[in-house]
Design a protein around this ligand. Sequence first.
Ligand SMILES: [Zn+2]
Length: 253
Amino acid sequence: MGVWDIKDGALIANKKQDNPLARKYWEVVTKTLPNDLLNTYVSSFRLFTDGIDEDLGGINPMNDLNSKWQVDLDITDMDISSNEPIHILNYTHTLIHEFGHLLTLNASQVEPTEDEYQDDTRGYLTAEGYAKKNSYLGQYVNQFWSPRLLYQWDRIDKKWNQRRKLRLLYRFYLKHQHAFVTDYAAESPEEDIAEAWTFFVLSDKPKSKSIKEKKVLFFYQFPELVERRTHIRSRLQHIPLDYLNNFKSSREY
Ligand SMILES: [Zn+2]
């Protein structure tokens, strides 16, 4: 569909592309998500489609320093012309999830490295580098991913056969269902924190203390994240009811 440059949070028109379409989508992004992180880190915006479901969107670093990022959105999944609360909720979930990646993997959170294999003394190794010890992801993995759980997951993650890997990941999720907010959260610690962050924003504060609820409660210890939650919620037209318990889906971001 096209790729556009973003400068200080503004979309730069691109001669050969459908600029009005891109502006409409970018406006939904900037109206929903806190602008400070977008302005600092997002340098590129891509619209694509692979039909309904499959890939809904993504966010990817554009350099090794994790200082510039591209936001990708599937325009078929993200039907911004719809007034249906369920459609709006689905793409809002995607936007908040992608923002969760930017929040937890940006240059201030993750230390770039040449290491291909994790040096345990340096913490958790993401595709973008080591999660700093005091980063959100560093603390999250420390609290929720025991060495044993990480080992079990890593053995699955290393499988080269994608279909087999997905089957094993789903089995891994079923075995630890009480610990993951969605099946997709079991894909990796990075997806786990992005999904838990999404439920932190969209759900009421959990009252009981199962592991998945503790994962949502994790974010309440950071006043700046509570502020971001309030900000995003103030921009939403519909806040779902008991989202954590009502959510049922198997999707990829
Ligand atoms: Zn994701």
